[in-house]
Structures are given as C-alpha cells and as structure tokens.
Write a protein that binds this ligand. Sequence first.
Ligand SMILES: [Zn+2]
Length: 395
Amino acid sequence: MSIAIDQELFRHLFAAVNEQGYSPDGWTRAPWTDELRAVEQLVIDVAVAGGMVCEHDPAGNLWITDPNVPANGLVVAGSHLDTVPKGGAFDGALGVVGGLVAVLALRAAGVPNLQRLAVISFADEEGSRFNTPCFGSRTMVGTFGDEVADAQDKDGISIRDVGPKRPADAAGLQRRIAAYFEIHVEQGLALAPADVSLGVATRLSARGRWEWEVVGEANHAGTTPMVGRRDALVCAAEFVLAVQRTAVAHDGAVATVGRMTPWPGGTNVIPGRCMGTLDVRALDNATRDAVVQALVDGFPDVAIECKSTDDAAIFDPALIADLHAAANALGISAMDLPSYAGHDAGTLALAGVPSVMLFTRSPNGISHNPAEHSDESVCLEAICVLAAAVARQLD
Ligand SMILES: [Zn+2]
C-alpha cells in the first residue's frame, strides 16, 4: 500500500503553528496561555477537517482520535506544542504536526484498523513555567498526583488557577496506548557529521532536577572587610565550577546550573543567600546519582534538594526495528541514537508503553534556541518513515 504524505498540509500547518508565540528572539508558548490554546486550535481544525475528533483529558493532554475509537490498542503519534522561553520552532511542534500529517495520510490511504490511529499533544512537556517537566504524561502514568496542580509559576499563579483542577483523573489513560511514536528534532550533533537523515532513539538518559541554597550573611558592601565575609554568591560560584568539573569526570554525564539568584540582590549588599537550580543527566541511573553525590559530599554547606528524577528509559526493540525497516524500505538513512533530553515518550516507556522516538537531523546541533532547525525534506522523510512504521502496528 502506498502512503501519500500531504507535503503542502505539513508546510502550511507547521508554518501556521509557528506564527503563534513568535518573537524575533525565539518562540515562547507556555502551557495554559492564549498562545498555546491558539496553536492547539490550529491543529484541531486540521484534524476535524480530516474526520477526527479532539478532546482534552483531565490533565490537559489533547487526544485526537477517530470518532469510533476503541477503548484500547491505540497506535499513537505525538509530542507537545509548548516551548521553552525563547525556544525554537521545531521542538515539540514537529512531532505533533508531523504525527498528525502521518496519521491523516494513513487514514486517507484506508489502512486496516484505522480507528486505532491517534495523535496526542501532551500538556506542559517542557515544564518551564511551573518546573513540572512532562506534566501531561507524568500525570497520565500516575507519577504526578493532584498535588502537582499546586505548583506555581514565578508570578505565584498555580497550575490549578489556569489549567487542570484534578489532573490525576487522567491516571491510567496510558493503558489505552499500544504503541507510541514521537518525531522530534535532533538535540545534539550526531546525524549531520554522519551524513544520516534520521536518528532512531534507543534510550533516554537518566536525568533529574535539583534546587540548592547557600546561606551566608548579608552585610554592608563597604564597611565589611574582605576577610571574614560570608558571601553566599562566592560560595555558589565555586559550586557552579564544581558542577562542571564533576560532570566532566563522569563518563557520559552532563550537568548544568541554569538559574542562580543571589539575595537580597542589592549592589551594595553582600549576598546573604543564593538559590539555584541543578540539572544532571547520564546514560544510566547510577552515573547520574554519583555526580549528585559527589557534589553533596564536596559542598556540605550547600543544601541540595531533589525536585524530580527520571530513570533512563529504554525504547521498544520491536518499534526500533520497525522504524529501521521502514527507513530501509524507503531508502532513507537512519542510525541509532541515545538522547539526553526528557520526553513524554520516556515517561510512557518507563510506564510500560512500547514507545520510540525518531529524530530529524539538525544541521547545527542547537535546540531550545531559535536557531533550532531541520530541513523540510528531512522532516518529510521522518513523516514517511513514521507512517510506514505506524502502519505495521495496525495489522
Ligand atoms: Zn520536545
């Protein structure tokens, strides 16, 4: 059976989606905002025109299904429509738009059991606003309970104020999914140097987010001698350098302090406290934990609190094989690729849902940045491969 991908539909919908939340310094679509609702509506309009129906679950995930969708056995393509602040055009949006275009192509081709085809746009994947990464999928699999809706953004607005009131009512919905596929822009620089179009994800790294605080003593910046100061920001600076050194010393580990706030923040006041974040990832759980433990041991004066962790997620060998077989049959180059980013596909895989991801070659390896890019031809190759692999799951 030949599956005709509607290239014009992809081009137009992807462009329309990326008119939302755009500014010259990047795309910003935070969860439960006007920009996010607008972008969902664009996707909904196309899906409905294709004969599908759309519904938000109690966690705010958007389900796009056949009107006669069965209770279980869904073969799902998806991703997310939210972005980090000043992010790129591809992260998330490519997976939702590409997944929908693939599913519509399969429906148009009249594949058997097409009622099992679905697309999901997961809520709040980036977690940038409320520090709740993979909110939608984690709530679905029961990692997050209703208390997660109390999480507040920097303005003191909670998820409950603007989004789901009882997200845990979505718990267990992952059991409807028989297989989950996610197209995503490559985050890193492996495919271009290898002259390969697509990366088939084999696993997601172990990762975690921590918050830390150093307490010193605020005092007058002029009248306090240098000797004997308890400057919290100076201690924090040493901690940040140690984070870098520690990650380098552990094979396959990466670690980042992305945010740091000295208090009280006066030009003429020695910082009395300093708060910051810590993000650590590694190919396996033990290496991730060893990095954090080394920092805990090395800095007894820094209080480090774990905010969230995800174990390394192993993708489904059969789906990996299907993607390779589909790429091979279509004459499209693909190679295995582990990923260090967090994704809803990882949450689902950890919950036992057979899942896999397909990365599209990034020419510059840049993501979470407006320079993030994949060529349209590569995006279309991914959609073709995805559609062929998804079709195999419907038999
Ligand atoms: Zn993403």
